[in-house]
Design a protein around this ligand. Structure first.
Ligand SMILES: N[C@@H](CCC(=O)N[C@@H](CS)C(=O)NCC(=O)O)C(=O)O
Length: 195
């Protein structure tokens, strides 16, 4: 069996959650980090964009779909319909926040302040409440991929310029995931990137 490959730019962006899931699952993968999308590469991309995941003859684009594919293939997407749907729902909420943050990057300062003062606290409060009730983000009795995507997003916030305080359950969760041996070792070794 060939080693799967993940191709993205040299940054966390839309690919870090995929890297974290693969790392947690101890799946060896080629972490291809490109400077740009050459015409040759673009011709192989289903939507002309990155990330792209290749697993044998199977090529998959769209970051959230890649995470779900890897999770489903490795029984890491939840044990019940409800757990899987909750994982999916929270995963989407992470992207709602990250997309708002990415969009604000090219906007006037007031837009970034709005994300800081309104959008970010809204999501953090919801996720904090969830973790007051549940040990795992999707609510079951074991980790699922969304624990890793959630960790990836929370852990990314300071690099994106959004520090946060006052959410003890989220901080506790972040520390818990960061201490998982393979995640700890990955974080220690991963390249320091601009984005
Ligand atoms: N919905 C897609 C968005 C992919 C996307 O916007 N990729 C960007 C990088 S973050 C890209 O490839 N930009 C280069 C280009 O469009 O030429 C996903 O989640 O994978």
């Amino acid at each position: 069996m060939s080693t799967p490959s993940l191709t993205y730019f040299n940054g966390r962006g839309l690919a870090e959650s995929i890297r974290l899931i693969l790392t947690y699952l101890n799946i060896e993968f080629q972490d291809n980090r490109v400077e740009s999308i050459t015409d040759e590469l673009r011709a192989t991309l289903p939507y002309g964009q990155l990330p792209v995941y290749k697993d044998g003859d199977f090529t998959l684009a769209q970051s959230a779909s890649i995470t779900r594919y890897i999770a489903a293939k490795n029984n890491f997407d939840g044990k019940t319909f409800e757990e899987r749907a909750t994982a999916d729902s929270i995963n989407e909420s992470l992207w709602d926040l990250l997309r708002a943050i990415f969009k604000a990057r090219d906007q006037p300062e007031a837009e970034k302040e709005k994300v800081k003062a309104v959008v970010l606290p809204k999501f953090l409060a919801i996720w904090e409440k969830n973790l007051e009730k549940n040990q795992f983000v999707a609510g079951g009795d074991a980790l699922t991929y969304v624990d890793l995507t959630f960790f990836g997003a929370i852990d990314y916030l300071p690099q994106l310029g959004y520090e946060f305080e006052g959410y003890p359950k989220i901080k506790e969760f972040q520390a818990r995931i960061a201490s998982i041996p393979q995640i700890k070792s990955y974080i220690e070794k991963r390249p320091v990137t601009k984005f």
